[in-house]
Write a protein that binds this ligand. Structure first.
Ligand SMILES: *Cc1c(COP(=O)(O)O)cnc(C)c1O
Length: 424
């Protein structure tokens, strides 16, 4: 469910008319709904009600400071995967004890940054990383709380590029080796084992892979406790999918996911952490764009938009589907047409949809890409020297630009000319 609905014939974000945002901010632009962000966070929080828990928003999904503050005010923790994200979480006012540091390649500098600023735990992905964390922590005279991310060898049944829990993926320590790695962690100075971590992939549309993974984590918890480790905390990752194609997708609900967690690991008395990203931000954002041209090709019609793959890369990268709807509500019985919907970038991959049937559109019309809030703006680039796409946050009848579109001068002035090319 989201808060992007037609009202008086125009698509609104909560109470704000999207044509007004387009007129003020220009297109392309991302627009997020506060009510949707809050609703989705609360669904997870409530799904774990009665168990000690922390919902750590996976901020790589959408990491604007205003989005982080919105969630942090509700009590969200943050799951960060880089020093930059750690700094963003701190800048948004999230205390270190609510920041989980994940990621397969944490550097010495990132580890030191998080230890100095405070961190709830590092989710450790390899033995060399464990050794480095021990060394850095000892050097600072600190103790690093850690979980080991185990790879349960479970097929998440999602797109190959967002599947992370099979043995061939680069993530985590094979679960078969977990006991050895925990023994090593217990021996190392500067390390305090606090629990176990698992994350099997993103955009999961069934609960069965989670069940497989969580069941293995429960067994491992008992084994590790028998080996003498303190396992007080289970970080079960993120990955719950969202409906991208409104009509025929029904991914599991947070409530059922919470019930599964209770059933598989609830008896262990651990504090539960989850790291949802996509389900919190995905349907909370749209990408607003304008039709530049309708071009008649040979046997096909192209809808050429002012948004491109540099603004929203998911279709090019993951073959992702986004519902694309006109901002002006079509009249009942309006003419329909079939389009290839593309951007202006010089790549054939700059295609958002092929043979998409939708209401007939003309140059100048506005469209909205639904479910674009997660892995949208954060993956944007300035390819083709297209300005980094701006972001707008709506709350009720208020809206604010939360990231400005840079000017060409700002973009160019980030480059510097070496001495030998200077004319003066
Ligand atoms: C990407 C990621 C998440 C979030 O996944 P979603 O599918 O967006 O919920 C959570 N944890 C880790 C470790 C991740 O890499």
């Amino acid at each position: 469910m989201d808060h992007f609905l037609y009202r008086n014939g125009v698509l609104h974000a909560e109470d704000v008319n999207l044509t007004e945002i387009a007129a003020e901010v220009g297109t392309p632009a991302y627009v997020y709904s506060t009510a949707t962000l809050e609703r989705h966070f609360r669904l997870f929080d409530e799904a774990l009600d009665g168990m000690p828990h922390l919902v750590c928003y996976a901020m790589k999904a959408a990491s604007n400071q205003a989005i982080l503050k919105t969630l942090a005010q509700l009590g969200a923790g943050m799951d960060v995967v880089s020093g930059g994200e750690y700094a963003r979480a701190k800048a948004a006012g999230v205390p270190g004890e609510r920041i989980v540091f994940a990621g397969v390649g944490k550097t010495r500098e990132e580890i030191a940054q998080a230890l100095a600023g405070g961190v709830r735990q590092f989710n450790v992905e390899s033995e060399p990383e464990l050794a480095l964390i021990s060394e850095v922590a000892r050097g600072l005279g600190l103790t690093a709380p850690v979980t080991i991310r185990v790879n349960p060898d479970v097929d998440a049944k999602t797109h190959a590029k967002i599947s992370t829990g099979k043995s061939e993926n680069k993530f985590g320590v094979p679960i078969s080796r977990a006991r050895d790695v925990y023994a090593e962690a217990a021996r190392l100075p500067g390390i305090e084992v606090v629990g176990i971590d698992v994350h099997i992939g993103s955009q999961l549309t069934e609960l069965a892979p989670f069940e497989g993974a969580f069941t293995k984590v429960a067994e491992l918890t008992e084994q590790l406790r028998a080996d003498g480790h303190r396992i007080d905390r289970l970080d079960l990752g993120g990955g719950l999918g969202i409906p991208y194609q409104n009509t025929n997708e029904k991914p599991p609900l947070p409530f059922d996911y919470g019930a599964l967690i209770r059933r598989t690991v609830g008896h262990l008395g651990c504090e539960i952490e989850i790291e949802p990203g996509r389900l919190i931000a995905g349907n909370a954002g749209i990408l607003l764009a304008r039709v530049i041209y309708v071009k008649e090709g040979e046997g096909r019609r192209f809808l050429i938009l002012d948004a491109a793959m540099n603004d929203l890369i998911r279709p090019a990268m993951y073959d992702a589907w986004h519902d694309i709807v006109p901002v002006a509500e079509p009249e009942p019985g309006a003419e329909r047409a079939v389009y290839d919907i593309v951007g202006p970038v010089c790549e054939s991959g700059d295609t958002f949809a092929k043979s998409r049937e939708m209401p007939e559109l003309a140059a100048g019309d506005l469209v909205a890409f639904r479910s674009a809030g997660a892995y949208g703006a954060v993956m944007a680039s300035e390819y083709n020297t297209r300005p980094l796409v701006p972001e707008v946050l709506v709350k009720g009848d208020h809206h604010a630009v939360i990231r400005e579109r840079p000017t060409f001068d700002e973009m160019i002035s980030r480059d510097t000319i070496p001495q030998w090319l200077r004319e003066d």
